[in-house]
Design a protein around this ligand. Structure first.
Ligand code: AMP
Ligand code: MG
Length: 397
């Protein structure tokens, strides 16, 4: 049985990062950058007005009623490219370049214009309502790095510096295979001893949320020949195969036998994790193979810890383990002596404004409905116990 840390280290060592590819910026959200994003110009590229109003020389505004001569107009995209002299003002719009000689912009609300001159009812400091050239971003600065995730919030930065096309890592192709002779399709009404396949769609959705290209392959009964055929062909057509079921020690748990029978190399097959101990990680040809426990909660937790890390590593992510933090626990949490507990939990901000978590009520790792209210995992190291009010590590789901 290996520790979670060592399991993640072997994933790090084993899982290859895919090739970069060039894509259009429009379809880049969710992808991982395979190049640095470097500013090719200053932002703003010129001293820019923050207001509609008048560009002036602050020193010209002596008292509450200064009259200046309006000598021109600077609009966004069509500036006034002369130098402002003493006693002069230029009508200016938001986003327009501030003319040379001007050092402040008076908002239109504080002015009244008539007959070629403007009366200004205020005094201002130099620099008022002007964004200086390069004050936001200096040309040459690295703004995003290789390994960063592209989001709707950082994509404007990528666009502003001319990356109509950019280099990202390829999306891994993933085959999802459910196993188990009791499993029937979602659309079926289960007969005696049967249960519906909730794992495949769950695993496929988790992988798709990480931008993988996912295919749910036909379900496989607990039969070694069929299992080998299914795993073999899936490993040839995809970067990763994720199986559920058949990884424990029962007579019909055949996933590992199938991988070994196909010549695969088992990297680990038991992890100090509750739930999710029998998780298998193997390489078969060029494909990574994960065998997750059939119990839905175990499969979900093992996915979050290991498969997610592998998918993000394939895409070159700088932080493949995803985000976490610390929170106060509202209940006692106790890990077994041999394994770290990753407890499905729900977070909230308590009445004192602190991030706190409560373990979700569960009947065990088969209790899939308990997952529907969870938004994080609380981490309790093996052999330890947390009291209500203690601070624990969490991982966001
Ligand atoms: P196993 O890991 O094959 O021993 O399965 C453990 C438990 O998970 C059993 O109760 C299975 O019925 C259940 N299970 C296995 N596969 C699935 C699946 N695809 N969807 C829902 N439950 C499953
Ligand atoms: Mg089974």
């Amino acid at each position: 049985m290996i520790s979670i840390k060592n399991a993640n280290n072997s994933i790090k060592r084993t899982v290859p990062t895919l090739e970069p590819e060039a894509i259009a910026i429009r379809s880049s959200v969710g992808r991982i950058l395979a190049e640095d994003i470097v500013a090719d110009m200053d932002l703003p590229p010129f001293d820019r007005s923050m207001m509609d109003g008048f560009a002036v020389r602050a020193a010209d505004l002596a008292g509450p009623h200064s009259t200046l001569k309006v000598v021109g107009e600077s609009a966004a995209g069509r500036g006034w490219h002369h130098e402002l002299s003493r006693g002069e003002a230029v009508r200016i719009m938001t986003g327009a370049p501030v003319p040379k000689g001007a050092d402040a912009v008076i908002r239109v609300e504080d002015t009244s214009e008539n007959d070629g001159s403007v009366v200004i009812g205020t005094v201002v400091k130099r620099g008022t309502s002007i964004v200086k050239r390069g004050s936001e971003v200096r040309s040459g600065r690295v703004l995003l790095s290789k390994g960063d995730l592209i989001t709707p919030y950082n994509i404007a930065t990528i666009a502003a510096f001319g990356y109509a096309e950019l280099q990202v890592y390829k999306r891994p192709t993933i085959s999802v295979i459910s196993t188990g002779s009791e499993i029937v399709t979602i659309a079926t009404t289960p007969k005696q001893d049967q249960i519906r396949n909730s794992n495949s769609v769950m695993i496929a959705s988790m992988a798709a949320a990480l931008n993988a290209k996912v295919e749910i392959r036909p379900h496989v009964m607990d039969d070694i020949a069929n299992l080998k055929r299914a795993v073999g062909s899936a490993s040839e057509r995809s970067d990763m195969v994720v199986l559920t079921g058949g990884v424990s020690v029962g007579k019909y748990d055949l996933t590992k036998d199938a991988i070994i029978g196909l010549g695969g190399k088992i990297i680990f097959d038991k992890v100090r994790l509750k739930p999710g101990k029998p998780t298998v990680f193997a390489m078969l040809g060029n494909a990574c193979v994960f065998g997750l426990p059939g119990n839905p909660v175990s499969a979900a937790v093992a996915f979050r810890l290991f498969v997610q890390a592998a998918i993000m590593r394939m895409q070159g992510a700088g932080s493949p383990l995803g985000s976490g933090g610390k929170a106060l626990t509202n209940a006692e949490l106790k890990a077994p002596t041999e394994r770290d507990l990753y407890q499905l939990s729900r977070s909230e901000i308590d009445t004192k404004g602190r991030l706190s978590i409560s373990p979700v009520q569960t009947r065990g790792s088969s209790d899939l409905a308990s997952m529907r209210v969870a938004d994080c995992l609380a981490v309790v190291p093996r052999g330890t116990r947390n009291q209500p009010g203690d601070i624990v590590d969490i991982l966001w789901l």
